[in-house]
Every structure is written in C-alpha cells, then in structure tokens.
Design a binder for this molecule. Structure first.
Ligand code: ADP
Ligand code: ARG
Length: 386
C-alpha cells in the first residue's frame, strides 16, 4: 500500500519533496512540487478538518478525477492550481489560475468557487462603469477624524500571456519592460518613475512597505502558487512623486494599478484611478472576458479586480466586533488589518473595503465601500454620544 502525504510535511517525514523530472512532468512551473512517495504522484487530497478553503469544499473526488489529467496550452494543471490551498490549509479560497484558459478547462471546480464567493453564476455577465461622475461620494469625514487614508486598486493582466502562476521568467521580464516603458509616457500628476525591486536598497524597500506603498515579500500563499518564482527579478513599482498614483508590476497580478491619498476624498481617488486606467487601456490589451470581466490569478479578484478601501479609526465600534461585522456584512464590506491582507489592526485602525467585485461595476464597488463607511462612521458617532 502506498500512502501519499498531502499538505505540510511533518518533521522527519518519510515522504520526499521532489524537484526531479518526474514532478516537472506534472508541473513545469515549480522548482518544488507535491509530495511524492516512491515515485507515485499525489492522489485525491486528504482534506482533514484543518482545510477551510472553498477549493477543499468543492474539489470532490469526481471533479478531481475529471480534471486531474488536463493541462492548459501553457502546461498549467489542476495540481498547480490547488497547490497553494493544499500547502496552506488555512486558505480561504485555495486556488489560483495560471491563464485565462484555466477558468474554462477547470470550470467544474472554478465555477463553484466563483459562484460561492461572488454569488455569480455560469450564465451571468459582468459589467463595467468607470465613469467617476456616476459615483455619489461627498467626503464623509471632512475633518479627518476617522478616515486616515483612501486607496483604490485594480488588477490587470496582459491578454495572450500566462498569468503569474504560469508565466516564464522571460515573459515576466517582457511585462516589466513593456509596461514600465508605457508608464514613463504618463504626464501631469501621474508622471513618475519606475523602481525595479532588483537592486533596490533594503532600506528603501522597507520604508515603501511600512508606508503602505509596496507589496511585501514572501507571502506563503503566493509562494505555493508559484507567484514568487525568480524573485525579485521582473518585479517593481512605478509611482508619481506624491505617491498618490502607483503601479505594482508582477506581484499577484501583472499590474496592480493604485490610486491613494490621505483622508476621505474617495471621489478624487477614484477619478485619478479611472484617468490612469483609461490611458493604459489605450496602450495595452488586458485579459478580459464578457463573463468573468478582468481575468486575475485569484478568483476573488475577477470582474472589476477592484479593492477600494479606507484605513479608518473606529475604536468604540471595534470594542463590539459583532456589531462592526454586522454593518460590514450589510454593506458587502471586508475588514482587514492595516498592514495588508492577513495582518492585524493597530491602534483601533482597520482596513475596510468592498467585498463584491464580479457582476458589479467599478462605480458600484466604490459606492459599496462609501455607503458602508458612512454607516460605520454614524455607528461610531452614536457610541461616542452614549
Ligand atoms: P491589495 O489591496 O492589493 O489586495 P493588501 O491588502 O495586501 O493588498 O494591501 C496592500 C497594501 O496597501 C498594504 O500595505 C496595505 O496596508 C495598503 N493599504 C490598503 N488600503 C489602504 C488604505 N486605505 N490606505 C493606506 N494604505 C492602504
Ligand atoms: N489564497 C489566499 C487564500 O485562499 C488568498 C485569497 C484572497 N486574497 C488574495 N490576495 N487573492 O486565503
């Protein structure tokens, strides 16, 4: 009987982590791979009770058997797609696409996850609206008592190239070169410079991260998805001198286009972002489908690929997390800590953002966030007067 270990290897485990040609036949993308015992490749994962992800919920034995032999034109397999969720049992989603084709080839699994996360079915169509004039968002905190800063980002990936989990070093470098060249042609308040990660001083990198401008290194979910391969080659950040407009290159998505500033003028932040998006859309063809909207490596970002957030101080409400969460749920909001995903709150300040991204327009995403923030501030004020 051959036993196959799935997930993190226990100390002194008898299983071999393979990097040899046998595993590269399963996956050409990783220098590490699944746990193989005596040359036998991983079988249906042993989803113990630790596994919480939507991938673990929907990957039935039947779906596994239906998909396990398939490979996209870029050589991306089911094993590549689920590796992050297998290696990180605490994943909430646990799956990444290697290319646009992953969403159709592995549809029996992706569709269920997309439907569960976004409430969006196979026959639904995405919609887009980038007209900032349609947003109803007068600054809800003109005195700057609650909202520390506002940030809105979208993810984008180049049409006809693999997504980050399956991209080659050369393709990644092509993205960096071509996109940074185009960004250099921006003018006015979007004009800035590109700073590659390769060669950036440790001091500069740490201060950009601490000030919330740059992505961190070493995320374990991205690592297991193959998104950190060849680090730091091909990665970098473009920003204007005020650091109110930024573009991350080759992180979780090939582009993360970001507009941010201090305070709660959400409409200005959105306007700056839409101006930049419209400029870039004229120069670059991004991966987009009528059904799924902008194609992203993680299914949570499909559609608008937009996360509109504020860093907001709500000390009284935060003392009653149940009420905080109830308001967040009512307005489709997500609560994060202030150092990005999987971080904790500090000093009673939270990152509050839209949760819905697919089947709703960009204007609706920001409106969700805005309406929720207005309700949260009203609840905080009520508690202050209690
Ligand atoms: P993403 O927004 O790209 O999904 P993260 O949640 O990891 O990824 O956030 C990326 C960075 O953006 C982190 O440093 C985070 O603190 C910062 N950030 C997010 N929202 C805001 C905001 N409203 N103001 C300032 N920084 C923010
Ligand atoms: N893969 C991680 C998980 O399943 C993150 C998912 C959503 N976040 C993201 N950055 N794509 O929990």
């Amino acid at each position: 009987m051959v036993r196959v270990h799935v997930g993190r290897p226990p100390e002194n485990n008898p299983f071999i982590e393979c990097t040899n040609s046998k595993t590269s036949a399963i996956s050409p993308h990783f220098s590490y791979n699944f746990f193989i015992y005596e040359g036998i490749k991983m079988d249906y994962p042993n989803f113990t009770s630790e596994y919480k992800s939507l991938m673990a919920k929907y990957l039935t034995k039947d779906i596994f058997n239906e998909l396990k032999e398939l490979k996209t034109a870029n050589g991306y397999t089911l094993f590549d797609a689920i590796n992050s969720g297998i290696k990180n049992p605490d994943s909430g989603i646990g799956i990444y696409a290697g290319d646009e084709e992953s969403y159709t080839l592995f549809a029996p699994l992706f569709d269920k996850i997309i439907e569960d996360y976004h409430g969006f079915s196979k026959s639904d169509m995405h919609k887009s609206n980038l007209n900032a004039e349609d947003l109803n968002a007068v600054n809800p905190d003109p005195e700057g008592k609650y909202i520390v800063s506002t940030r809105i980002r979208v993810g984008r990936n180049l049409h006809n190239l693999p997504l980050g989990p399956a991209i080659s070093k050369e393709q990644r470098s092509y993205v960096e070169q071509s996109v940074s060249d185009i960004l250099k042609s921006l003018d006015g308040d979007l004009a800035g410079s590109y700073y590659p990660l390769d060669g950036m001083s440790e001091e500069d990198r740490a201060s950009l991260i601490a000030d919330h401008f740059l992505f961190k290194a070493g995320d374990r979910f991205l690592e297991a998805a193959g998104l950190n391969r060849d680090w730091p080659s091909g990665r970098g950040i473009y920003h204007n001198s005020a650091k109110t407009f930024l573009v991350w290159i080759n992180e979780e998505d090939e582009l993360r286009i970001i507009s941010m500033q201090k305070g709660g003028d959400i409409k200005s932040v959105f306007s700056r972002l839409t101006t930049a998006i419209m400029f870039l859309e004229k120069k670059i063809e991004f991966s987009y489908s009528q059904h799924l909207g902008y194609i992203t490596s993680c299914p949570t970002n499909l559609g608008t690929a937009m996360r509109a957030s504020v860093h907001i101080a709500l000390p009284k409400l935060a003392a009653d997390m149940e009420s905080f969460k109830a308001i967040a749920d009512k307005y489709y909001l997500q609560i994060r800590g202030i150092h990005g995903e999987h971080s904790q709150s500090e000093g009673g300040i939270y990152d509050v953002s839209n949760r819905r991204r697919l089947g709703v327009s960009e204007v609706e995403c920001v409106q969700d966030m805005y309406d929720g923030v207005v309700a949260l501030i009203a609840a905080e004020k009520k508690l202050e007067n209690f």
